[in-house]
Structure formats: C-alpha cells, structure tokens
Design a protein around this ligand. Structure first.
Ligand code: SAM
Length: 364
C-alpha cells in the first residue's frame, strides 16, 4: 500500500478509536445516571478551549507516532496492532461491569475483592481497586478487561503514548552498539527490562523494535503476567522472561541490563516507593545504560490541563496521583545517581530518559 494510503488508514483507525471512546463514555454516564440518579456527581467542567487543546495535542502525538514508524523506529504494522479478539470478547463484560464499578466508587469501597482473592503478602499501597477496577490487579477478569478499559479511557491513544519510549530506547541501543560497548559478535544479546510490565503491551512493542534483544518483565500481579504471557505468545518472537516480583526489590544482579523502562507505574506508587523503585532501576542498569519512564503529565507541564488532573483522582480511584503530579522525578533520578535526564511530553504522558554514568565516568 502506498504510504499516503497507509497514513490515511492509520488516521482513520485512530479516529474510529476516538469515536468509540467517546461513545463508551456517554454510555457509561447514562448507565450510571440510570442506576443512581441522585448520587450523580458533577466533575469539574471541561471547557471547549481545553477540549480543543486536547485534540491538538492528541493529533500531534499521532503524527509523531506515524513519523517514527515512517523513520523505521518500528514497523508500520505496529500502528494497527489491536487486540481485536479481546475487544469482541470482553467489551460486553466491560459494559456489564459498569454498575459494580459505580457502586464501589459511590460507596468509597476501595479495597473490595471477590471472595477467594488472597491479598496477603502484598504491600498495603497495592491492595486497592485502582481505577475502581473490579478485583484491583488481583484477578484474571481484571487482567482481561484492563487493556480495553485503558484504550477507552484514552480514546485509543495508550499504545501511541507507550510507543514514544521506543525512539530513545532504540537510539540508545544503537549508540551503544556503534561505540562498541556492546560487542555484536558475542552471543550475549542486549538485555532490556520492563518494570511493572502489566499485560505485556510495552514488551510486545519492544520486541518488534529490538528483535534481537532479550526482554524481561516483572510485575506484582500474577494474573497480569499470565495475560502478558498469552499476548506475547500470540505472535512470533522469543518470549520475554516474565517474573512475579516487587519493583522495590528487583530479582536481578547489579548492572545487568542495557536498558530499563517503566510505563504508567509511578503515579500508582506512594512517594517513598517511587524513590525505592528508581534506586532499584539504577542498581540493575549497567553503567552507560538508560532508564526510561513513561507516566502521566504533571501540573508543571500543562497548567491548562490542571482541571483534568484535578478530576482524575476524584473520578478514578488513584490515591497517589495528586502527589505524583507535583513530584520532582528528575530530582529523584539524580539522587539515585543518574546523571543526564531528558524530559519530554506527549499528549497526556510524560517521559524521563535517565542515563547512568558510564564506568570510566564513574571512576573520574
Ligand atoms: C497502570 S498499570 C500499568 C501496566 C503496564 N505497564 C501498562 O503500560 O499498561 C500498573 C502496573 O503496575 C503493577 N505494579 C504496581 N505496583 C507494583 C510493584 N511495587 N511492583 C511491581 N509491579 C507493580 C501493577 O500490577 C500493574 O500491572
């Protein structure tokens, strides 16, 4: 297909997702108001100018997404990757789950899990119904619905946001190889870890971008790891090593990975744990390696989006989000030992690419 046609197809594909996302939000609001008209809470109104700003920022994200594919950062077919089977199978369950979510939200039941779910041994901060999600991160049902719910929340832009970490990641690995810090003739492949890999979407994107790399993922949710294993088994490529572990104590040797990433984790951690996880990422990344974080935008990035950031923890159960929006992550990265930190934004997300000093620099 000529490129202009592919681009048109991508834009249409994304437009379809946006339309579906808006339609779903309307449906959710109607279901909620039907079930509980009196308890209806009005979030802060979003004014039309803000909506226009959001649309512009989304368009710019999608344009960059297309451009990076055009530049060969990742194959173009990745732009159209969508879990269609899950969509058809689980969308009805997402809709059927709305009343339970609404009931939990309105009754402020934030630690509500199905009988039989054992939360023993997990950190307190984790034992939550984040996003008012049924079973929190503790069940296969939750893992099956999660990607779809995130897609609907962000109107189809979750993967385009995740893909923004691929360019700095690939550039870094290319630079390492060019400077022969990695001897390409050795059988040891480049090792990349995704912390809190969830259902494996970022690992899937990485595998297409760095097909020769050895990929690793850790997460605290066995159910989400099972889902990741399922997703990553559906397409060709070596299976990443997935381990059930707490990001506060990564089960790896010091200086093991050329690169480490983390997507949409930090806003769900208390402040002190954010620092612990950053310290752990610093420990396991090799000198000269990179740690890339992708998470929500913060208040300093977009004062015009502040009402939305205010709304977010109120509408979705996100107990650590408000603190996160003003937390100085760059300072945390520096205090862990990272030297150069590049920061950039796309749409509703923010990225930090932090570099660990190379061995010779550390000795200076
Ligand atoms: C919002 S989800 C993001 C998942 C995935 N990275 C993505 O892009 O969709 C947060 C993930 O962090 C995991 N998580 C939260 N705290 C964790 C911790 N201390 N150690 C490991 N994983 C954790 C959860 O189980 C969940 O899969």
């Amino acid at each position: 297909m000529p490129d202009t046609l592919t681009k048109l197809a991508y834009q249409t594909f994304q437009q379809g997702k946006q339309t579906f996302g808006f339609a779903h939000k309307t449906l959710s609001a109607r279901v909620m108001n039907f079930i509980s008209p009196r308890q209806r809470t009005e979030p802060n109104r979003i004014d039309p100018q803000l909506l226009e700003g959001l649309q512009k920022s989304l368009n710019s994200l999608l344009e960059t997404d297309w451009q990076d594919a055009e530049d060969g950062v990742y194959p173009k077919h990745l732009l159209f990757d969508n879990p269609w089977d899950d969509f058809l199978r689980y969308y009805p369950m997402v809709v059927l789950d709305i009343p339970a979510i609404w009931e939990r939200a309105s009754q402020k039941r934030h630690q509500d899990f199905a009988t039989g779910i054992n939360t023993e041994g997990y950190p307190d901060y984790y034992v939550q119904n984040f996003h008012h999600q049924t079973d929190g991160y503790f069940s296969d049902l939750s893992a099956n619905l999660y990607d779809l719910q995130v897609e609907l929340l962000f109107n189809g832009s979750a993967d385009p946001m995740r893909r923004r970490l691929l360019k700095p990641l690939k550039q870094h690995i290319d630079r390492l190889q060019a400077s022969q810090q990695i001897n390409t003739s050795t059988p040891q492949p480049v090792k990349v870890l995704d912390i809190a890999c969830g259902t494996g979407r970022t690992l899937k994107l990485m595998r297409e971008t760095l097909p020769a790399a050895a990929l690793y993922g850790v997460d605290l949710s066995p159910a989400y790891l099972r889902k990741a294993n399922q997703l990553l088994s559906q397409t060709d490529g070596t299976l990443p090593q997935l381990i059930h572990a707490n990001a506060e104590a990564l089960p790896y040797l010091d200086s093991y990975f050329e690169a480490v990433s983390s997507v949409f984790l930090f806003h769900e951690l208390p402040a002190a744990v954010r620092q612990t996880v950053i310290d752990e990422a610093f420990r396991v990344v090799k000198p000269g390696g990179v740690f890339i974080i992708c998470d929500s935008i913060q208040q300093e990035d977009s004062p015009q989006f502040a009402p939305m950031m205010e709304n977010f923890p109120a509408m979705f159960h996100e107990p650590y989000y408000r603190h996160y929006t003003t937390d100085n992550i760059t300072e945390r990265l520096s205090s862990a030992g990272f030297e150069r930190v590049e920061v950039f934004n796309f749409f509703m997300s923010k990225y930090w690419a932090a570099y660990k000093p190379a061995a010779d620099e550390a000795m200076d």
